[in-house]
Design a protein around this ligand. Structure first.
Ligand SMILES: Cc1ncc(COP(=O)(O)O)c(C=O)c1O
Length: 439
């Protein structure tokens, strides 16, 4: 099949997500390896977003491919209430790498389902129904997780599940610059305590947070924030659910992002980097006290493909590759390279407002004037951002351009030279947005 026919048939018979079909120009992809992928005609792209911030170990790793094939030969599918060797091994492995007291896991097919089940677990465990989430967040596309989500994708899916209370972030979209971490932390925790009072803490099952907010800003929490939140929740018997679907599995330079901030949640949800997206898998990890509750109380949730052996084999091999090849250390080490490249670009290009990163989780915000007005409005785009997207594409750099920002999330196997090559391309492309800078 030639490329034209492939694109035409995809357009004709398949739906594109989050889009009106006529607005989509798909990149035709034939193969992928490491940090690169290629079109059928051989155009090479640097994958600077790990596809959907998810191909953490890089494309096509032979050990994961082999493990999947091996499992296919051994046992493909059995129903969820069966014990299998791969389920036993992966459960044990996760218990050993996820910080205590999280030692028990429920497997799902992705991040949304992991969060759906975390809602159930939190409600069943506490006997409470309200959930606090944040406006600057994304937690999934299913009905309930769309309601957990704060960003505008929720608007078109409302009304949905009741009981969700959304709050401001410690770093809301229009936060004044110059406030230090201690002020941000103190102000937001005070505000949160008041929200809990208005909602009745006895009604609140959990607070859901992305440990480092992803699509909505790549925002690490200010210093002391998560510890303060932990105390506030403990005082009120409220669980903390850390959504690590995007930030987890090495992206930030630690296995889980919450490990940077000195807390352990009651429930952690994961997906994406868990298999580096080689196969669709997510999980909810629960603490010992919650696990104990479900020893004598029914967990009212299930999935046909819960603990699918082939998916678990992909996760097992992916975790081994990530640990054996030092990819988490690589992300931690290359943080300083990404940081200094972002600083260099901010100093050089007037259209760059600021860059944020933790490990290899990064985002750059662009501005259209020296007052710091964003290059595109909230939930919108602009000629400048479209031109930037085209410049990236023309030069073979794939990443997400979203509103007035772009993402920097390469696979964790990237080398320093490859990272510098990517920022060299970005440097050239930012001349385009400088052309739109109004002074
Ligand atoms: C933080 C976060 N939570 C949940 C999800 C939903 O995961 P999935 O698309 O696998 O259902 C995503 C997906 O982007 C995410 O980034």
């Amino acid at each position: 099949m030639n490329t034209e026919e492939m694109v035409a048939l995809c357009n004709k018979h398949t739906m594109w997500t989050w889009s009106a079909a006529n607005s989509v120009t798909p990149i035709p992809v034939a193969r992928a390896e490491g940090i690169h992928f290629w079109t059928p005609e051989g155009k090479r792209y640097i994958d600077f977003n790990s596809q959907l911030m998810s191909v953490n170990v890089g494309h096509g790793h032979p050990k994961i491919r082999e493990a999947i094939k091996r499992q296919m030969d051994e046992l493909i599918f059995v129903m969820p209430k069966t014990a299998t060797a791969v389920r036993a091994r992966l459960g044990q492995k996760l218990a050993s790498i996820v910080p205590d007291p999280i030692n028990r896991f429920m497997f799902t097919l992705g991040g949304s389902e992991a969060n759906e089940n975390a809602i159930k677990a939190a409600r069943l465990y506490t006997g409470r129904h309200k959930i606090i989430t944040r406006y600057r967040s994304y937690h999934g596309a299913t009905n309930a997780t769309m309601q957990l989500t704060g960003d505008p994708r929720r608007w078109y899916n409302e009304p949905g599940m009741p009981g969700v209370v959304r709050v401001m972030d410690p770093t809301p979209y229009h936060y004044e610059f110059g406030k230090d971490d201690a002020t941000k932390t103190a102000e937001n925790l005070k505000y949160l305590e008041e929200v809990m009072m208005y909602e009745g803490p006895q009604n609140i099952a959990a607070v859901f947070i992305e440990s480092v907010t992803g699509t909505n800003g790549v925002l690490p929490p200010p210093k002391g924030y998560l510890q303060g939140l932990r105390k506030l929740c403990d005082k009120n018997g409220i669980l903390i659910v850390c959504d690590e679907v995007m930030a987890g599995f090495g992206r930030t330079g630690k296995l889980f992002a919450f490990e940077h901030f000195g807390i352990v949640p009651d429930i952690v949800t994961m997906a994406k980097g868990m298999t580096s997206s080689y196969l669709p898998l997510g999980a909810m990890g629960i603490s010992d006290k919650i696990a104990k509750h479900f020893e004598d109380n029914v967990f009212w949730g299930g999935l046909t493909y819960n603990s699918h052996p082939v998916l678990l084999a992909a996760a097992e091999a992916n975790i081994d590759v990530m640990l054996e090849e030092g990819m988490i250390e690589n992300a931690a080490r290359l943080h300083s390279v990404m940081r200094s490249e972002m600083d260099r670009l901010t100093a050089k290009h007037p259209s760059v407002k600021e860059g944020r990163c933790l490990g290899l989780f990064g985002m750059v915000d662009l501005q259209k004037n020296s007052a710091g007005e964003r290059m595109a409005p909230y939930n919108g785009t602009s000629e400048a951002m479209k031109a930037l997207g085209k410049a990236f594409d023309d030069r073979g750099l794939f990443t997400f351009v979203r509103w007035g920002s772009f993402m920097c999330n390469p696979p964790l196997c990237i080398t320093e030279d490859q990272l510098l090559e990517a920022y060299g391309i970005i440097d050239e492309c930012l001349d385009v947005t400088d052309g739109y800078f109004e002074g």
